[in-house]
Design a binder for this molecule. Structure first.
Ligand code: AMP
Length: 190
């Protein structure tokens, strides 16, 4: 099963993806985590993307598509992936569809965590206190939200047209959101 967890920054995608990894053995493919690991390792890629990420802008489609391509076979062998923070543009979504098709696979569901913008800044402040992410500051967050609205939100009609989009209330506590997601996943297994 392949799922896309969809929503603005701090919607709770990572939290839910990690839970699904533990409970269902799927592989979490978070391009944000991969890019942060590249920065932490001091690689060339990390050096190229560091300032872009810290500003809140998107790194290039080519970079993130290659990161995903490298992991896709292993994810398919494990039974599928939870895409967290990818795709973020139409070009990425098209590339993902085509890469999965090459493996004889597909996206099963796109779960949109619906959250109100007003609540997000509080979540970001809390996450900064807990995790210290460089881009969890008000200026970068504003840029990230703009990119989400301009480049990522257009994926909603893209996936709706494919009949794959499901909406979940992301404003509840972690358990309530988890229960809604699990109910959606029941419909995939059926
Ligand atoms: P995230 O952890 O998903 O919030 O991603 C953190 C940052 O990494 C984003 O603000 C972007 O700079 C970069 N990034 C992560 N995933 C992507 C993607 N799919 N496309 C472009 N940039 C990305």
């Amino acid at each position: 099963m392949n799922l896309v967890l969809f929503g603005p920054p701090a919607a709770g995608k990572g939290t839910q993806a990690r839970r699904l990894v533990e409970e269902r053995g799927l592989v979490q493919l978070s391009t944000g985590d991969m890019l942060r690991a590249a920065i932490a390792s001091g690689s060339d890629l990390g050096a190229r993307v560091k300032s872009i990420m810290n500003s809140g802008a998107l790194v290039s489609d080519d970079i993130v598509i290659e990161l995903i391509r490298d992991q896709l076979d292993a994810a398919e062998r494990a039974g599928g992936a939870i895409f967290d923070g990818f795709p973020r543009t139409i070009a990425q979504a098209q590339a993902l569809d085509s890469m999965l098709l090459d493996c004889g696979s597909k996206i099963d569901r796109v779960i949109r965590l619906r959250v109100e913008d007003d609540g997000l800044m509080d979540r970001i402040a809390r996450r900064f206190a807990e995790a210290g992410r460089a881009d969890d500051n008000p200026a970068s967050f504003k840029v990230r939200l703009e990119h989400y609205n301009e480049q990522t939100a257009p994926l909603l009609p893209y996936y709706a047209q494919q009949g794959k989009l499901v909406e979940v209330d992301g404003m509840g506590d972690v358990q309530a959101v988890a229960a809604e997601i699990d109910a959606v996943l029941e419909t995939v297994a059926a």
